[in-house]
Design a binder for this molecule. Structure first.
Ligand code: GLP
Length: 242
């Protein structure tokens, strides 16, 4: 595992956007796995800026989702599908056809999970998966004690994660869905390159456990230690407990 400490979130965004641009120059139709939350936004903005400036051609890029809420109505602005379309697909000028994600509104959620794992494999696998980290060490929506071998499946959110994410739902925890679909930890580990970005002091403890603690299901992000090509990018605040 490589750990890169950058001065601030903007520098982390630039660094990872450049890694994505370099990947797209080598592999124009690369499949980029994207995460939601506030942390990755500087990455998407920096990558879109490179596209606008003609520094990289992303026209053949493909994008896939990491996770999704279950039960939000189609088109809800905070469904992760809506977020990825708004923050990544549109700014990069991609067609929605270049984008894949699990169907959180499916009548048969288990079948939707299996279909998504199969679709990722059929697409040739994820070339670079960007990850954020929850304050409890979760990646995607793999909450503590998720199996390190897990596949895409339905999960129940912890109270802590619903509190953390309430800011996207008018600060009202009751509006935060209780169930989600997430790529499993085993699924995530199949990406060819994992890049985790963490910024701010609130992530310092989770980062320390991820990087310096034992590999343990209680800290899902610690599974990155098992991956042959994992990069953890942290700002100085998130690195403060290393
Ligand atoms: C959600 C997402 C994660 C994300 C986490 C942290 O739980 N499912 O993929 O990493 O939030 O979000 P933020 O970056 O806003 O702290």
């Amino acid at each position: 595992m490589e750990v890169v400490i950058v001065p601030d979130a903007a520098a982390g965004g630039e660094l990872i956007a450049e890694a994505m641009a370099a990947l797209l120059r080598r592999t124009p139709d690369a499949l980029l796995g994207v995460a939601t939350g506030s942390t990755p936004l500087p990455v998407y903005q920096a990558l879109a800026a490179r596209v606008r400036a003609g520094a990289v051609d992303a026209s053949r890029a493909r994008v896939c989702q990491l996770d999704e809420y279950v039960g939000l109505p189609a088109g809800h602005p905070e469904s992760y599908r809506s977020v990825v379309l708004r923050e990544v697909v549109d700014p990069l000028g991609l067609s929605p056809k270049a984008f894949m994600g699990p169907d959180g509104a499916a009548a048969d959620v288990q079948a939707a999970c299996a279909a998504y794992d199969a679709a990722l494999a059929a697409a040739g696998g994820v070339d670079l998966q960007l990850l954020g980290i929850g304050t409890d060490g979760h990646i995607g929506f793999n909450e503590p004690c998720s199996s390190l071998a897990s596949r895409t499946r339905i999960k129940t959110l912890t109270e802590q994660t619903r509190v953390d994410n309430a800011r996207f739902f008018d600060g009202d925890i009751e509006q935060v869905p209780r169930h989600v679909i997430t790529q499993g930890i085993g699924t995530i580990l199949e990406a060819r390159h994992l890049v985790l970005l963490a910024t701010g002091e609130g992530k310092a403890e989770a980062v320390a456990q991820t990087v310096e603690g034992p590999v343990a299901a209680v800290v899902p992000a610690s599974a990155l230690q098992l991956h042959p090509h994992a990069t953890v990018v942290v700002d100085e605040a998130a690195a403060s407990k290393l």
